[in-house]
Design a protein around this ligand. Sequence first.
Ligand SMILES: Cc1cc2nc3c(=O)[nH]c(=O)nc-3n(C[C@H](O)[C@H](O)[C@H](O)COP(=O)(O)OP(=O)(O)OC[C@H]3O[C@@H](n4cnc5c(N)ncnc54)[C@H](O)[C@@H]3O)c2cc1C
Length: 399
Amino acid sequence: MSEGSQPGGTHCDLLVVGGGPAGLATALAARQRGVERVVVIDGQRPPIDKPCGEGLMPDGVRQLEALGVTLPQGRFAPIAGIRYVDGPTTAEGSFPAEVGLGIRRTLLHAAMVEAAHKAEIELRWTTKATALLPATLDDPASNIDRQSPAGVETASEPITARWVVAADGLNSRLRGWAGLDERPSRVARRPRRFAVRRHFRIAPWSDKVEVHWSDGAEAYVTPVGAGEVGVALLVAGQSARFEPLLARFPALAARLQGAEVASRIQGRGPLERRARGVTRGRLALVGDAGGYVDAITGEGLSLAFHQAIALATAIHRDALAEYARAHGRIGRLPNGITRLMLAMERRPRLRRMVVRALAAEPQLFNRVLAVHCRHLPLARFGAANAARLAKWLLLTSGS
Ligand SMILES: Cc1cc2nc3c(=O)[nH]c(=O)nc-3n(C[C@H](O)[C@H](O)[C@H](O)COP(=O)(O)OP(=O)(O)OC[C@H]3O[C@@H](n4cnc5c(N)ncnc54)[C@H](O)[C@@H]3O)c2cc1C
C-alpha cells in the first residue's frame, strides 16, 4: 500500500488527475473556495518539466498570485511584450500596465507544489490513474448511488471522490475513457503542428518574447532568467529535429552559436486536440486535457488558470454545467486569435503584410496585445484601430 492509501481505497471530495499547472491550479482554487479534502495524483515526480515556451501572459501572472503561488525571487525574467522578426522587418508591442514573465517550467511547478502543500492538498506523485470508475460518468442529477462512487483506479488502490478532474494534459487518457475524444477521422483531416524546445545559457538580449517567423515554422525565444533563454521551435507538417529546424532561422542560430546548452531537447505534438465536451457525469476536463489549439500565442497556462478558477467555483456550487459554459466563454477570444495567427502562419504573404503593418503602427500592436491579455475588451479595440490595421494591410499588399 502506498503512503496515504487506506484499506478499501482513499475517498476525497475532489480528485485531480494530473499535477501539472492546470491540475494544481484547480486544486488550489478549490481549497480557496472551501472544498475540504482535495487529492492530486500524478504519474511523475516533481518538479515536472514539459516542452513549453515558458512565457506567462500578464493575466496569467495575476491569476497565479490570486491562487497564492509565490514565484522564487530572481529566478524568472519580467516580459514587457512581444517582438516579431520576419526577415528584415521587426515589430514590437508592449503589454499594457503589467508585465508578463518567463520562468522555467520546473521552477513554476516547484512554486505551485509549495503553494499546494501550504493549502493542505494531498499530493501523490508516481501515482498514475489506470482506469476510470464507471460511475464517474453517471449523471449526478439522476440518483447519486453512494455504493458506486466516482473515481479512478491506480496501481495501489482505487481513489474515489465526489468530483473527478482530468488535468492529464494534451494526450489525456481520461478524456478518451470518458468518450470525449474527437473522432479520429476529423483529427486526420487537420494540418498537424509539432514543437521542440531547448534552453541556452546566454544573457537575454530583449525584455520581450521574440518570435522569429519563417515559412512553415516559428521560433520563440523567451528570457527565463538573468542568464538564460528558452527556445521553442514550432513547425507545420511533421515532427523535426531541433538543430536543422533552428538552421531555418539563421540570425537566431548565429546569436546562439557557442552558447552553452542548459537543457535536453524535448518535443511535443501534434499540438491541436479537441474535446467533444468538457464535462460528463462527475468528471470535468481542464487545461490541455479539455482541448488545445496551438502554442503560437503562448497562453496555454493563462487559459488553464482561468479555467481552473471557473471549474473550482462550479464544483463549490455543485453545478458542473456552469463550468462547461464558462469554459466556452474563456476560450472564445484566445482560440479565435490563435486560429487567426495559424491562418497567417499558413499564408506567408499575409504574414509579411501583417508584420509590416504592426511594425509601422506600434500603438496598434500594443492595442492588439491589450485585447490578447484581457486588459482591453474586444469591443473597445475600436473601429478606428481596425480600419488602421486594414489600411496598412492594403498599403503593404502591393509592396
Ligand atoms: C512548444 C510549446 C510551447 C508552449 N508555450 C507556452 C507559453 O509560452 N506560454 C503558455 O502559457 N503556454 C505555452 N504552452 C502551453 C502550455 O505548456 C500548456 O497549455 C500547459 O502545460 C497545460 O498544462 P496542463 O496542466 O493542462 O498539462 P501538463 O502540463 O501536460 O500536465 C499534465 C500532467 O498530467 C500528468 N498525467 C498524465 N496522465 C496521467 C495519469 N494517467 N495519471 C496521473 N497523472 C497523469 C502528467 O504527468 C503531467 O504532469 C506551450 C505548449 C507547447 C507544446
